[in-house]
Design a binder for this molecule. Structure first.
Ligand code: KIV
Ligand code: NA
Length: 270
């Protein structure tokens, strides 16, 4: 297989062709994402979209490792990044290093992502200096939903300065890229112009250096709710519902299995 992209390959794409990024949580979906993406994120969104959790706060290291190992089996070319789950890195740089190293070693990921701006800069520097590439995540940071009072746009009006400072801090600390989530488009453009590392937007701006979406959202597979920033490129939940309804009806009518799906007592076919 081709050599996978590294975090420094991604950083070198600053200002170039837009970085195409998606999440994945399973091998078959990672294989699809890998054919088209530069970066595949094993997001802690897995807790909400695959495990039915109400937020990302209950996601564990064990869940990230299990899904990370599954995704790694589907990736040849993209950079694989694994999210650090809530409470696995905030306590101290040493705690963050221990858990980031475990995520990298047990999944084969090429980088980790963690949430937070200025207050996480020291931790980002600690990890980067010790060989762990870090993708930062600022603006709306879902692990802080309780402190932020909901999944609200961040950085409107006078609050823009706070997000810009967060962006400068994570870049100065050595992050190879930064996710900007749910910030005004003009602010995302300002940050993109100000930083020497690529910005990856979600609910941000087409002017970012790249874009990311939760794959179950863009496939219309997770339809419990739909944030404004999600574009549905398919409606797979609706398609699956129709398929299951048809199966149920055919079983009840004894029209499935058909002769083509059953075996003769003798003769060819296994
Ligand atoms: O967990 C996730 O899926 C993410 C992306 C939406 C950036 O953090
Ligand atoms: Na996440």
């Amino acid at each position: 297989p081709q050599r996978a992209l590294s975090a420094s390959d991604i950083r070198a794409r600053k200002g170039g062709d837009p970085l195409v990024c998606l999440t994945a949580y399973t091998t078959p979906v990672a294989q699809i994402a890998d054919r088209h993406c530069d970066l595949v994120l094993v997001g802690d969104s897995v807790g909400m979209v695959l495990h039915g959790l109400p937020s990302t706060l209950e996601v564990t290291m064990e869940m990230m490792i299990l899904h990370g190992r599954a995704v790694a089996r589907g990736i040849d070319r993209a950079l694989m990044v694994v999210d650090m789950p809530f409470a696995s890195y905030e306590d101290s740089p040493a705690q963050a290093f221990r858990n980031a190293a475990r995520l990298m070693a047990e999944t084969g990921a090429g980088a980790v992502k963690l949430e937070g701006g200025r207050h996480m800069a020291e931790t980002i520097r600690f990890l980067v200096e010790r060989g762990i590439p870090v993708m930062a995540h600022i603006g709306l940071t879902p692990q802080a939903v309780n402190a932020l009072g909901g999944y609200k746009v961040q950085g409107r009006g006078a609050d823009a300065a706070r997000i810009l400072e967060d962006a400068r801090a994570v870049a100065a600390a050595g992050a190879f890229s930064v996710v900007l989530e749910k910030v005004p488009a003009a602010l995302a453009d300002r940050i993109t112009a100000a930083l020497a590392i690529p910005t990856v937007g979600i609910g941000a701006s087409a002017g970012c250096d790249g874009q990311i979406l939760v794959i179950d959202d863009m496939l219309g597979l997770f339809d419990a709710f739909q944030p404004k920033f999600v574009k549905r490129y398919a409606h797979l939940a609706a398609e699956a519902d129709t398929a299951v309804a048809t199966y149920a009806q055919e079983v009840r009518a004894r029209s499935f299995p058909a002769p083509a799906h059953v075996f003769a007592d003798e003769g060819a076919g296994s």
